[in-house]
Ligand binder design. Structure first.
Ligand code: PRP
Length: 185
């Protein structure tokens, strides 16, 4: 295993162990809530790639689970949201009549999750809930309901565990903040 810290990482914010523990806590509550009905997990690419996989594997075998993905973007190559959410890839299957659980890596200004709740909500799911690993409550622009929340983030730009800066650092097993010079290019 590579134990050398990649260039540009200033400090670890959440370790892989802390992320795993939060995921297990979320899975326990979700397992109770969906014990008697099938659930369709909808992972939001690219950021929720690893979280969706780890959350799904933390849920008990007894649950009736399907997994789908969609892809949206609002940040482009910047560390600031453009404020405009674009759907890059839709779900492969319909949501009508299903118990849908949106799985997101992070909520910041809230526009992405609000857009997705509206998009999927119009498809007449049997129920629609949201599970978000990381909450950044400092710059909300819309009031959005989150049913399952993992960890509260400090007010800093973080990368790793699916989150990127200019498409880099997604593969890190932990969440970290970057050195200021990284943003200066
Ligand atoms: C990030 C993140 C969330 C969204 C949250 O995605 O993965 O989906 O932003 O931000 P918000 O609450 O301010 O809308 P991004 O647009 O960077 O795309 P990516 O997941 O492909 O990196």
């Amino acid at each position: 295993m590579n134990t050398v810290t990649p260039k540009g990482i200033a400090a670890i914010v959440f370790t892989a162990e802390e992320i795993a523990a939060a995921t297990v806590r979320l899975a326990e509550v979700i397992a109770r809530d969906y014990a008697s009905e099938p659930v369709l997990l909808v992972g939001v690419l690219k950021g929720a790639l690893f979280f969706t996989a780890d959350l799904a594997r933390a849920l008990p075998d007894s649950l009736d689970i399907s997994i789908d993905f969609l892809a949206v973007t609002s940040y482009g190559n910047s560390d600031r949201s453009s404020g405009e959410v674009r759907l890059l890839k839709d779900m492969s299957e319909g949501a009508e009549g299903k118990h849908v659980l949106i799985v997101e890596d992070i909520i910041d200004n809230g526009l992405t999750l609000s857009y997705l709740q509206d998009l999927i909500g119009r498809r007449h799911p049997a129920s629609l809930r949201s599970c978000v690993l990381l909450d950044k409550p400092y710059r909300r622009r819309v009031d959005v309901k989150v049913d399952y929340l993992g960890l509260t983030c400090p007010d800093t730009f973080i990368v790793g565990y699916g989150l990127d800066y200019q498409e880099k650092y997604r593969n890190l097993p932990y969440l970290a903040r970057l050195e200021p010079w990284v943003f200066e290019g």
